[in-house]
Design a binder for this molecule. Structure first.
Ligand code: 4AD
Ligand code: MG
Length: 455
């Protein structure tokens, strides 16, 4: 079915002549002797205006019958538009109704609430906002691959089913077969031992960095944490680069460079969709992204950040004290009120971080870092890894973890260990940041959160 995408037509400097367009009717206005149809095929935000004279072939069965939501095929000639608002329009010679839409098509022209649209996740990609968001999601995935590939990183597919809890937080989904009884007794584990959906590809990623030097993963990640926030999903995508021969400073450099690169790519290649988000989602979006692209980021140690927050005179819901995790409100104070830019916090107390992070010489902190951005808080979490066998074994013991489960991981320290570091970027957090969308459920095609796994 040869057709021309609407995005192709609208970007031409001279009208491309005769074309066939297929898409869905967004609106229709009928006049006495002709109709205007606004057609969208998802290739770009803009609709193509079709002018169909009463005389065109198939007028009664197609144009008259085509309601909002119907799919149509239109043949015609692209001409300069008589009306305001668009450069080209399509003068139809033939209109064919491909699929009629029932009268109760739920996406009408009036604005719908995000909650309502979430309930129709199978239809919401046909709205302006979700079209824009999911085109940007695709483009950002491409930009991430390009960023790493251009720097010589090797893409590694780490497993989704795994036996190890990388973060040690126990927030894992268990993998069992349909035969629940066997699973309960533990006798018939399909894999011969308990397995889970991965919370992170990092540990497996480290094995490949210990061979190929610079690698990254990009895949789905699962967390059974019962967090009901606008920034947590049970299934999300994570990008995890891991670099051999790299320390914490190099790790922070890469994370900052990557965020800046992705923001800059979004500004350049998603201009139309971004302008829409700027108008209808978040008025300060484009200006904020331009600042992120153009300004230096800030860095501060955890210890200094705690002092700064305590001295801020700000009242927080959660206490600020050395040894406690920074809460979202603290992270947002740093990036939105104090520094007013993305900020990397590094060197956290070892007690609040996982076993694999490298112990600093002060004996108190580990070489961890979190990159925080305005509006969201943590978007990247990473660290230099503990490459010293004996220190790593001590860390496992301190965290109450069974050494035998980490045999293969310890082997990396037995055979040619090297300093190495990496981080995880939450893909959806990045998308919230570049689209201005406030709820993580609205940047995931079919979101999974506690109590919700529709579609
Ligand atoms: O900070 P986290 O837990 O770090 C790790 O998993 C490390 N293994 C990464 C590494 O060093 N290779 O998660 C990394 C990022 C967070 O900064 C956040 O952006 C995102 O993943 N993230 C979530 N995104 C959505 N929903 C959740 N429930 C998330 N949990 C973490
Ligand atoms: Mg984290």
């Amino acid at each position: 079915m040869a057709r021309t995408r609407i995005a192709e037509i609208l970007k031409q400097d001279t009208p491309p002549g005769t074309v066939t367009v297929m898409g869905w009717v967004r609106t229709k206005r009928e006049a006495k002797s002709f109709s205007f149809l606004e057609i969208n095929d998802g290739s770009c935000l803009a609709n193509l205006q079709v002018v169909a004279d009463r005389g065109v072939s198939g007028y009664d069965e197609s144009v008259v019958a085509a309601r909002t939501g119907a799919s149509v095929k239109v043949e015609g000639t692209v001409v300069p538009s008589q009306g305001q608002g668009q450069r080209w329009e399509l003068q139809a010679t033939k209109v064919e109704l491909l699929g009629a839409a029932a009268e109760d098509y739920p996406l009408q022209k009036k604005g719908h609430s995000m909650e309502f649209l979430r309930g129709i996740s199978h239809l919401r990609p046909r709205s302006n906002l979700f079209g824009a968001v999911f085109r940007m999601r695709s483009r950002m995935a491409y930009a991430i691959h390009r960023f790493f590939q251009e720097r010589g990183f090797v893409y590694v597919h780490t497993p989704i089913i795994t036996g190890s809890d990388c973060e040690g937080a126990g927030e894992m989904f268990r993998v069992v077969t349909m035969d629940g009884e066997a699973a309960k007794s533990g006798a018939e584990e399909f894999f011969g031992k308990p397995t889970y959906l991965t919370v992170s590809g990092q540990l497996e990623g480290e094995t490949f960095a210990s061979a190929l030097s610079d690698i990254y993963t990009f895949g789905p990640t699962f967390r059974a944490e019962n967090s009901h926030t606008s920034r947590h999903a049970s299934e999300f995508w994570m990008i995890e680069p891991e670099m051999a021969f790299c320390d914490l400073a190099g790790d922070m450099d890469l994370a900052e460079e990557m965020i800046r690169h992705l923001v800059s790519d979004a500004l350049e290649s998603c201009a139309e969709d971004l302008a829409f988000c700027n108008q209808f989602v978040d008025k300060g979006l484009v200006e904020r992204l331009q600042l992120v692209r153009d300004q230096a980021f800030e860095r501060i140690s955890y210890t200094d950040a705690v002092e700064l927050l305590r001295a801020s005179g700000e009242t927080f819901e959660y206490p600020v004290e050395y040894g406690l995790n920074l809460q979202s409100e603290h992270e947002r104070y740093l990036t939105e009120k104090h520094f007013r830019r993305p900020t990397t916090v590094y060197d956290y107390p070892k007690e609040i971080k996982p076993f694999y992070m490298r112990r600093n010489d002060d004996g108190k902190t580990v070489a961890a870092m979190d990159l925080l951005v305005p509006g969201i808080g943590e978007i990247v979490g990473g660290s230099q890894r503990e490459e010293r066998l004996e220190v790593l074994r001590a860390n496992l013991a301190e965290h109450g973890l069974e050494e035998s489960h980490y045999d293969w991981y310890l082997d990396l320290r037995r055979y040619g260990t090297v300093p190495h570091a990496g981080f995880g970027l939450g893909f959806e957090r990045l998308l919230m940041f570049v689209t201005g969308v406030a709820n993580i459920r609205d940047v995931i095609p079919f979101p999974r959160t506690p109590g919700a796994a529709g579609f």
